[in-house]
Ligand binder design. Structure first.
Ligand SMILES: Nc1ncnc2c1ncn2[C@@H]1O[C@H](COP(=O)(O)OP(=O)(O)O)[C@@H](O)[C@H]1O
Ligand SMILES: [Mg+2]
Length: 286
């Protein structure tokens, strides 16, 4: 498997769909042995933790499983120190589980080489906690950074892409491009962080506490932006958040991490409908 050059399920899905179109077009039957019909795009699992165990000095994750289907936004919630950021690092393959598998678009990434892991990571955009921009770089250079690192784009292409992404996050490119992070408000910094995360046109977006430290109005704006990204670009997202209100607006599924395990996984409606003491306490004011 390590030598397999094309590992993307999307390629597989595309070739199946192309074969079906050909069949419809000229009545030639598709060889089902060669082209097994895959799950439809909506049902494809894009991110999956499968019985993952991980300990540092003490156990952090014990038998954690959940999946995000194509285009879904899965929110991971739980008290601080329960392993939420650790899950994002496992998905990015910055960490490897002690046991279990992490699958991206069907492929187990736990045993990849460093170079293969880099390739998989490039299909993901990460918005770090606190936006984590490079303070010594302009907004332009911050957003251009992943393009310079991971693509062969020339300067004109980079500028066009940076403008496109800044505009997507509702920033006036001409105004902010030459500014430095310290000159921006917290909400603007988050937007720049999102623009940088999506610069490479990733298939998967990962957000670590995207709304922490923001006032309610800015929280609503950032939440809407994450929803727009999902709606317009069809990305699959995993969002770690404390902010249960914002989670309930944007998430298709919620994973509640408690005592090293996923104690609940389901839709927000299913979560509010649960007669469970811990969930009720966690939902608190809702
Ligand atoms: N690199 C590491 N080495 C040792 N312990 C770690 C490391 N990263 C995280 N931890 C520990 O793992 C637990 C989960 O951390 P984290 O995933 O950051 O929690 P959360 O994001 O839910 O607040 C914490 O107890 C933390 O101290
Ligand atoms: Mg964290």
């Amino acid at each position: 498997m390590a030598d397999e050059p094309t590992r993307r399920g999307s390629d597989r899905g595309r070739s199946v769909r192309a074969a079906i179109r050909r069949e419809l077009a000229d009545g030639v039957s598709v060889d089902e042995q060669e082209q097994p019909p895959g799950p439809s795009d909506e049902e494809r699992t894009i991110v999956e933790l499968d019985h993952v165990w991980l300990a540092f000095d003490s156990p952090v994750l014990e038998d954690v499983s959940f999946r995000a289907l194509n285009g879904e936004t899965v929110a991971i919630v739980g008290e601080s120190g329960t392993g939420k950021s650790t899950i994002l690092k496992l998905i990015l393959r910055l960490l490897v589980p002690d046991r279990g598998q992490v699958r991206i678009d069907g492929e187990d990434i736990t045993s990849l080489t460093f170079d293969q892991a880099l390739e998989v990571r490039q299909t993901m955009g990460m918005v770090f906690q606190g936006a984590a921009l490079f303070d010594s770089m302009s907004v332009f250079e911050n957003v251009a950074y992943p393009l310079r690192e991971h693509t062969q784009m020339d300067e004109d292409e980079i500028e066009a892409r940076v403008r496109e992404k800044l505009e997507f996050v509702d920033l006036d490119a001409d105004r902010v491009m030459e500014q430095f992070p310290a000159e921006l408000s917290g909400g603007m910094r988050k937007r720049v962080g999102i623009a940088r995360g999506m610069a490479n046109n990733p298939e998967i977006m990962l957000y670590d506490e995207p709304t922490s430290g923001l006032d309610p109005l800015t929280t609503a704006t950032i939440t809407k932006l994450i929803m727009k990204l999902q709606r317009e670009l069809g990305v699959t997202s995993v969002v770690v958040s404390h902010d249960i209100r914002s989670v309930f607006r944007m998430a298709s599924k919620v994973a509640l991490l408690n005592d090293h395990r996923i104690s609940f996984f389901g839709t927000p409606e299913e979560m509010t409908g649960k007669d469970d003491r811990y969930i009720n306490d966690f939902l608190g004011g809702l």
